[in-house]
Design a protein around this ligand. Structure first.
Ligand code: C2E
Ligand code: MG
Ligand code: MG
Ligand code: MG
Length: 285
C-alpha cells in the first residue's frame, strides 16, 4: 500500500544521503594526503582558432588519480573548496603550469595557458595577499621572470558577485602584471550584466551548456548571439567551450568567435601528448 511505499521511499533517500556523506568523508580524508602522495596530474586541453584549427592556447585541467581511479574534478574540487585544501592545491597547479610554460618557451613555443582559480582562493584579504605573494616567491624558485603575458586566470561569476573592492584591486594588479582574466562558465551563475561592465576582466568563456543547445533551435542560438554582442560591446574576447559537433562549430564560426575548446578538436590530454602535439603542429603551421 501507499503507506509502506512511502516508507520504502524515505528509507531509500536516507540510505542515499548516508552513502553520499560517507563518500564525501572518505574523499576528504584521501584528498588531504593527495598532494604529498603525488596523486595529482595536470591535463591540457587545446583551445583553437575555429577557422584554421591552429592551437592558440591550452586550458590546464587538474586530475586526481586515487587507487588507480580518476576522480572527477566536479566531485573533488567542491570538497577541496569546503575544506580550504584548494588554496594549496591551486598553488601546486600554478607551479606545475608555470614550469610547463617556461619549458615550452625554452623550446620555442610561446603558448598561453588558462588556469582555473577558485573563488575560495580570493575569499579573505589574507588569501588575496597570499595569491599575489605566491607569484613573487615562485619567480625566485623558478629562477627568473614569470611570463605573465602567457597566463590567463579563469574566474567564475561567483567572484564578481562578492562585489568587494579588494578583489577588483587584486585583479587589476594581476592584469597590470600582464595576466588576462577570463570569466569561466559564463551565463550559468547569477551575475548581472552590470558586474561584467564594472569588473576588470578581459574575456568571457561561454559555458558548454549553451553550446550544447545550439541545434535545439533559434531561441537557444539567440542567447549565444546576445552574449557575443554584449561581450563585443564591452570589448571582451570570447571563447566557446564544449564544442563537440560540426553544427556547433559552424554556428560559432558564423558568430566570428575567435577561440573554441571542445571534443570536436581535442579532449584534455597528458602533458607529453600535449607537448608532442605542439611539436607536430609547428611543422604544419
Ligand atoms: P571548466 O573550467 O569549465 O573546464 C571545462 C570542462 O569541460 C573540463 O572538465 C573539460 O574536460 C570539459 N570539456 C571540454 N570540452 C568539452 C566538450 O566538448 N564536451 C564536454 N562534455 N566537456 C568538455 P573537467 O576537466 O572535468 O573539469 C571540470 C571542472 O573542474 C572545471 O570546469 C573547473 O571548474 C574545475 N577544475 C578543473 N581543474 C581545476 C583547477 O586546477 N582548479 C580549480 N579551482 N578548478 C578546476
Ligand atoms: Mg575553466
Ligand atoms: Mg568552463
Ligand atoms: Mg564548466
Amino acid at each position: 500500500n501507499a503507506k509502506s511505499r512511502g516508507r520504502n521511499c524515505l528509507q531509500f533517500f536516507n540510505q542515499q544521503i548516508q552513502k553520499d556523506a560517507e563518500r564525501h568523508a572518505e574523499l576528504y580524508l584521501h584528498l588531504k594526503s593527495a598532494l604529498s602522495h603525488n596523486e595529482f596530474e595536470l591535463y591540457y586541453q587545446p583551445i583553437v582558432n575555429p577557422f584554421s584549427g591552429q592551437i592558440i592556447k591550452a586550458e590546464v585541467l587538474l586530475r586526481w588519480i586515487h587507487d588507480g581511479q580518476f576522480i572527477s574534478p566536479d566531485e573533488f574540487i567542491p570538497i577541496a573548496e569546503e575544506s580550504g585544501l584548494i588554496v594549496q592545491i591551486g598553488e601546486w597547479v600554478r607551479t606545475q603550469a608555470l614550469t610547463s610554460i617556461i619549458a615550452l618557451q625554452k623550446s620555442g613555443y610561446a603558448i598561453p595557458f588558462a588556469i582555473n582559480v577558485s573563488t575560495i582562493e580570493f575569499w579573505t584579504s589574507d588569501l588575496q595577499q597570499r595569491f599575489l605573494n605566491y607569484f613573487d616567491n615562485i619567480s625566485e624558485a623558478l629562477g627568473g621572470e614569470i611570463p605573465y603575458q602567457l597566463i590567463t586566470l579563469e574566474i567564475t561569476e561567483s567572484l564578481m558577485m562578492k562585489q568587494q573592492s579588494s578583489i577588483s584591486q587584486l585583479l587589476t594588479e594581476l592584469r597590470h602584471r600582464g595576466m588576462q582574466i577570463s570569466v569561466d562558465d559564463f551565463g550559468t551563475g547569477y551575475s548581472s550584466l552590470s558586474y561584467l561592465a564594472n569588473f576588470p576582466v578581459d574575456q568571457v568563456k561561454i559555458d558548454k551548456s549553451f553550446i550544447q543547445k545550439i541545434s535545439l533551435g533559434a531561441r537557444h542560438e539567440a542567447l549565444i548571439e546576445a552574449i557575443v554582442s554584449m561581450s563585443r560591446a564591452l570589448d571582451l574576447s570570447i571563447v566557446a567551450e564544449g564544442v563537440e559537433t560540426e553544427v556547433e562549430l559552424n554556428f560559432i564560426k558564423k558568430q566570428n568567435i575567435e577561440a573554441v575548446q571542445g571534443y570536436y578538436f581535442y579532449k584534455p590530454m597528458p602533458k607529453n601528448d600535449f607537448f608532442d602535439l605542439l611539436a607536430k603542429q609547428s611543422r604544419i603551421f
